[in-house]
Ligand binder design. Structure first.
Ligand SMILES: Nc1ncnc2c1ncn2[C@@H]1O[C@H](COP(=O)(O)OP(=O)(O)O)[C@@H](O)[C@H]1O
Ligand SMILES: [Mg+2]
Length: 323
């Protein structure tokens, strides 16, 4: 038995695009999540975050690699073997409007997973629905309403209540605050922090925004073009980012100063196409310090910075990875 709740090894996912063209959405990604841990997956749009989240919750099948949840490779399971897993592995999507059936009352929506996963007694379910509403700080008055009568923030609370209804061991949150007004985002983040303490569930928090994950995660994985370029404890990654991409992302978050402007400029270019992967480092085309070697040789994650911090940059070995 391993101490990891989830261990993803060499995960790859290739989609078929128009005309059968191969889209390399996720390329050889490995990481683990311990019980109760909050791991953030950060990257620009198109970097493969949702694909990883969907593979972990077994909404899609990986093209290669393993997703071992509680010592069982769920990537290899047949569809009908997955159902019992859903109780333990839940996902919250970015768009709460699209995730909820508009014809069902909030009460029924929160009750659904309880029915599905075998809380047989109707009175027990009613009590549980009310307790869940309290837990996600959703006024009980709203239980009788329909989704279109709720705000985006309230709807996302409904989605979170559904996700935690069955006491899952792991919840994947795929940009849960990105579609919400700035004013309600902080409230949802506070709620997730509270839930983590109250429920002990581990979370994979997906976001394109480093500022958001700083508030909530224990550990960060930085994704670029379907591959992990840096990983480490949140504090270490923020204090001493090792990969040039992470450094550029973080500088763009600093208050305006000449250095920050430079960093913003550095990330102006486009992320390369997932159809024609570059032969060397995926970030080389936008990296201000890339060498000729970087364009031909693919870097792997290696120790850099603090203990348990790693970066996939060829320049780390020479200590020349500062932008
Ligand atoms: N069902 C699909 N069919 C074809 N291509 C897809 C599909 N889902 C995602 N992709 C492609 O895979 C890449 C990664 O997408 P995604 O995982 O959604 O990234 P992110 O969530 O980081 O924005 C993108 O190039 C995207 O266009
Ligand atoms: Mg996404």
């Amino acid at each position: 038995m391993s101490t990891d709740l989830l261990a993803v090894t060499h995960l790859s996912k290739t989609f078929r695009g128009p005309g059968g063209v191969a889209i390399h959405a996720v390329n050889d990604v490995s990481f683990a999540i311990r019980p109760g841990e909050i791991v953030a997956l950060v990257g620009e749009s198109g970097s493969g975050k949702s694909t990883i989240g969907r593979a972990i919750t077994r909404l899609i099948r990986p093209s290669a690699g393993q997703v071992v949840f509680r010592d069982r490779d769920i990537a290899a399971l047949a569809e009908d073997e997955c159902r019992p897993l859903r109780k333990d592995l839940q996902i919250v999507f970015q768009d709460p409007w699209g995730a909820l059936n508009p014809r069902l009352r909030v009460r029924t929506l929160i009750e659904e997973p309880l029915k599905l996963h075998g809380t047989a007694d109707a009175r027990a379910r009613t009590a549980r629905v009310e307790a869940l509403a309290d837990r996600v700080r959703l006024s009980r008055e709203l239980l009788g309403r329909y989704p279109n009568e709720l705000s985006g923030g309230q709807l996302q609370r409904v989605c979170i209540a559904r996700a935690i209804a069955t006491d899952p061991a792991l919840v994947v949150l795929d940009e849960p605050t990105s579609s919400l007004d700035l004013s309600v985002r902080a409230g949802i983040l506070r709620l997730l922090n509270t839930l983590r303490r109250e429920t002990g569930a581990a979370m994979l928090f997906i976001s394109h925004d480093l500022g958001t994950v700083r508030l909530i995660s224990d550990r960060i994985l930085v994704l670029y073009l379907g591959g992990v370029v840096e990983e480490g404890a949140t504090r270490d990654v923020f204090e001493r980012p090792q990969h040039p991409y992470t450094q550029a992302l973080l500088s763009a978050h600093l208050p305006p100063d000449p250095k920050a402007k430079l960093a913003r400029h550095l990330l102006d270019g486009e992320i390369p196409s997932a159809i024609h992967l570059p032969p060397g480092c995926a970030f080389a085309s936008r990296c201000p310090i890339a060498t000729e070697r970087c364009r031909h040789e693919r870097p792997v994650l290696m120790a850099a910075g603090a203990a348990d911090q790693r970066a996939a940059c060829l320049l780390v070995a020479e200590g020349k990875n500062r932008i």
